[in-house]
Design a protein. Structure first.
Length: 248
């Protein structure tokens, strides 16, 4: 099953800050009929959570955002959060790494921007994206793991700095299909510029907090589509701060 993966980077959870529950409710609100009221057993089967909210709040008190699902093994929706320790994170500050996985059907694609916006704003996220699940393999080929790494990836895309070499958590590490940039992230990369960003602005929307959801291509990114590679190349050239490339 093809999946759409949402990833959001936000400040690390603090005891009882309420954000994990807010993120879950934001996803449910953007996806009518969705109820994230099951955990997953060690055998991989859903277990009902009759007191979901209290269960989440208890976990949050210990800095945890455990895995939730919708209980439908034929069309699973999953959501959780993990902590990135300071030594591995941009700016040397611990982060909350939120992941949601949904079937990539017509309904999910229609609601994807609202899902990304709702979850990112509820998490007080710095930046995030929604992309096909296999995007991670492509991003891994863009990471500059040594000083003598090539200038371009096998796809001809620019190499990106490792997370701990990026100066600030608000700077996006890479581009996805749908991109969430908080107000601070947009400022850090210089978006928007009315003259240079007219095409991107035609597929963008402002969020209540002053951030942006920016859609890079009409359809989800396909790295085998030359037009999508060209769109990525243009966007990376336009925003050299993404991936820490402006400080190289």
């Amino acid at each position: 099953m093809t999946r759409l993966l949402f990833t959001i980077y936000a400040p690390a959870l603090q005891p009882n800050d309420g954000r994990s529950l807010s993120v879950v409710r934001a996803l449910e609100s953007a996806f009518p009929g969705l109820r994230m009221e099951w955990e997953i057993s060690k055998e991989g089967h859903p277990i009902a959570l009759p007191q979901r909210d209290a269960w989440l709040e208890e976990a949050a008190a210990h800095g945890k955002f455990p895995l939730l699902c919708n209980g439908d093994e034929s069309a699973p929706v999953m959501l959780n959060g993990l902590e990135i320790p300071a030594r591995q994170a941009p700016g040397g500050q611990p982060l909350l790494d939120i992941h949601a996985k949904l079937p990539m059907d017509a309904f999910t694609l229609e609601k994807a921007a609202s899902m990304l916006e709702g979850m990112a704003e509820s998490a007080r996220g710095f930046w995030g994206h929604a992309s096909q699940k296999n995007f991670g393999v492509e991003i891994s080929e863009q990471l500059r793991r040594s000083a003598d790494a090539p200038m371009l990836s096998p796809r001809g895309l620019p190499m990106l700095e490792m997370p701990w070499n990026i100066r600030s958590a608000v700077i996006p590490r890479y581009l996805g299909w749908l991109n969430y940039w908080s107000e601070a992230a947009a400022r850090a990369i210089g978006f928007p510029d009315a003259a240079r960003d007219a095409e991107l602005l035609s597929r963008s929307r402002r969020t209540p907090s002053g951030g942006w959801v920016v859609q890079l291509t009409e359809a989800p990114l396909d790295y085998d589509n030359p037009a999508h590679i060209e769109a990525l190349q243009r966007a990376y050239e336009r925003f050299p701060a993404i991936g820490g490339r402006d400080s190289r």
